[in-house]
Design a protein around this ligand. Structure first.
Ligand SMILES: Nc1nc2c(ncn2[C@@H]2O[C@H](COP(=O)(O)OP(=O)(O)OP(=O)(O)O)[C@@H](O)[C@H]2O)c(=O)[nH]1
Ligand SMILES: [Mg+2]
Length: 214
């Protein structure tokens, strides 16, 4: 049996670096939720993945977890439609959010998700930090800026991830990371779910986030 599961609550460290940084983390699906009142009510920290539709949130989560089919992925934007909770190392949650900004989603549906995401990000104190994903080939949108300003109002720590780094050469990716850090004033990590580039760096940043160092 996995040590993270067999340890009693008293023995369990909140997050251990040994379990976070190398290779694989223990990540299991908890549930898909469409209303805030359905969300898990325990006091574990929640780290959410946000960004425009198709930016690679669910794929990144799968790469971090080392499991290809944990979170649902699709080449068609709009795959994730609920707040999807994953328990990490029995200590905290990853929350895969629906993407924003996809034009072809019907207006009513978009308004519904928009409200759900907004309520989640602005409400409650279980949300500890946010990982904002930006595509390395695109400029941040008005919605990305809006999201950042909410988070700054809430003083919520943010890690920016520049996704699909395999789509550009290293130099262009480096420049993109520097540009994003400049635009948003927070640290950014280049990431490729294809090659695994950036995985260690991101896990280390998440570790700092959950242990209150960010
Ligand atoms: N080349 C490349 N493709 C990627 C990468 N990450 C994601 N993709 C592809 O991008 C598409 C969208 O990925 P998802 O993970 O479903 O994106 P999402 O942000 O969860 O999208 P929504 O659920 O619609 O908000 C899929 O076809 C993925 O295979 C990456 O690092 N490199
Ligand atoms: Mg998704």
């Amino acid at each position: 049996m996995n040590a993270a599961v067999s340890a009693s609550a008293e023995e369990r460290p909140a997050v251990s670096r040994r379990r976070m940084t190398p290779g694989r983390i223990d990540c299991r699906f908890v549930g898909s939720f469409y209303e805030l009142k359905q969300l898990p009510q325990d006091r574990r920290q929640q780290i959410a993945f946000a960004g425009r539709s198709n930016v690679g949130k669910s794929t990144l989560l799968n790469r971090l977890a080392g499991r290809r089919k944990l979170a649902k992925v699709s080449a068609t934007p709009g795959k994730t439609q609920s707040l999807n909770f994953f328990l990490v190392n029995d200590g905290f949650y990853f929350v895969d959010l629906p993407g924003y900004g996809y034009a072809r989603v019907p207006k009513q549906v978009k308004a519904g998700w928009g409200k759900l995401i907004e309520d989640y990000l602005l409400g409650g104190d279980a949300l500890t930090g946010l990982i904002l994903l930006l595509d390395c080939r695109r400029d941040p949108t008005a919605e990305d800026y809006q999201l950042m300003s909410w988070l700054q109002q809430r003083e919520l720590p943010v890690i920016v991830v520049v996704t699909k780094a395999d789509k550009l050469n290293r130099d262009k990716v480096r420049r993109k990371v520097a540009q994003v850090e400049d635009q948003f004033g927070v640290a950014a990590v280049a990431f490729s779910s294809l090659s695994g580039q950036g995985k260690r760096e991101l896990l280390a940043a998440i570790h700092d986030l959950v242990s209150g160092k960010l």
